[in-house]
Design a protein around this ligand. Structure first.
Ligand code: ZN
Length: 376
């Protein structure tokens, strides 16, 4: 569970960009940049750093520069001798960078999706309060970009189309995520209101549109679809999978965990900030604290001096050699604060530190008074 959670809430990685690029058909029609995916695939060792950084920046911030969204719009004939507007089909040729961003691996037909559809789905799919990866996954599913067996066959990677879970039907997105007998029971309890006959006539995208009309089910649906897909991939690789009857509970736990992680923690520091009492006019309050850095042998001391209006008069931060204990660090932080206040000529100052033991000791109420005073 923790592993799944880590994977879902984590940011997109370079390895995922590599995988997306490898999944792109090399000779798809180029967009305004004139470069097909083949260019990126061939020169990837040289351009990986810059391109990955740009792609990850967009994916992790969920913001896309408008220049990436530029496209060639062109009309292709739907009939031999077109006479009316609807005898043409508009197609959009996006830049390869945009395709990489979308982990584009769509069929020729799917690549003709118009930008209105894309925009509509981004706005709807981006609403659920689920992780960026789940949203992104759902978008890929809606644009038929998942490497289902049918899609892999279109790219001549596979010749066997039959779903490996049920062994009965060709595997497209709708089948893999929803229709397969092997996953049906996952959806049965909370999504049995969906008309199966209607769904079978449409695409996965139609199903999503139907479900998105019930906002309270959005995140449940998106996360369930992700679980089903992740489970399908694991089972294909003969890896251990969550039993079907445990998926609903796993999803509920995951969503609870996800939401609890998203709620900003009310830290002790924030609590202290709210309780901050300004000094009298003409006096100053010196707040100080120390921090240990686990990754190296360093520690830090920070000092902030505020006046009676609460405005920061001066602040400083300094790295020091890591002391052997937190208590020792607090003593050093106190020492730095006192010396700093003296150096900048503060006459009347109140010192506010974190360690009750140290402060108590300095004020004469603790057993360690002499040691602390000697240090400071
Ligand atoms: Zn199946």
């Amino acid at each position: 569970m923790e592993e799944i959670n880590k994977e879902l809430v984590g940011e997109f990685t370079r390895a995922e960009v590599d995988l997306a690029l490898n999944q792109m058909a090399p000779l798809k029609a180029p967009g305004p940049d004139g470069m097909p995916p083949l260019f990126y695939q061939y020169y990837w060792p040289s351009i990986r750093d810059e391109v990955s950084e740009a792609v990850l920046d967009c994916l992790n911030s969920e913001k896309m520069p408008s220049c990436l969204n530029h496209t060639f719009l062109t009309l292709i004939l739907k009939v031999k001798s077109p006479e009316k507007v609807y005898d043409f089909r508009p197609i959009a040729l996006f830049k390869s960078g945009y395709h990489a961003l979308c982990e584009e691996a769509r069929s020729d037909e799917a690549s003709s999706s118009d930008s209105g559809l894309v925009a509509r789905f981004w706005s709807k799919i981006w609403k659920p309060g689920v992780s960026g990866k789940v949203k992104h996954f759902l978008w890929r599913a809606c644009t038929d970009s998942l490497p289902t067996r049918i899609n892999l066959m279109k790219r001549k990677i596979l010749s066997d189309l039959i779903c490996h879970l049920c062994g009965r039907v060709d595997e497209d997105t709708l089948h893999a995520l929803w229709g397969c007998e092997a996953v049906k029971q996952v959806w049965d309890r909370d999504f049995n209101w969906v008309n199966q006959f209607e769904v079978a006539q449409g695409s996965f995208q139609d199903l999503v549109e139907k479900v998105l009309s019930k906002p309270r089910l959005r995140e449940d649906f998106a996360t369930t679809a992700w679980f089903v897909w992740a489970r399908r991939n694991k089972s294909r690789l003969n890896e251990k999978t969550t039993p079907l009857n445990g998926i609903r509970d796993a999803i509920r736990n995951f969503l609870q965990l996800f939401h609890s992680c998203r709620e900003p923690p009310v830290s002790n520091k924030m609590q202290r900030q709210r309780n901050w009492i300004p000094p009298k006019p003409g006096q100053y309050k010196v707040n100080f604290d120390g921090a240990l850095f686990n990754e190296n042998d360093e520690a830090g001391v920070g000092i902030v001096v505020r006046d009676s209006r609460g405005l920061v008069v001066v602040a400083m931060a300094e790295k020091i050699i890591k002391p052997h204990s937190m208590e020792c660090l607090q003593i050093l932080a106190t020492r730095h604060a006192v010396i700093f206040a003296k150096e900048i000529g503060l006459q009347l100052s109140h010192f506010v530190g974190d360690s009750k033991i140290v402060i108590k000791g300095l004020l004469g109420g603790g057993n360690a008074i002499l040691i602390y005073r000697a240090f400071v």
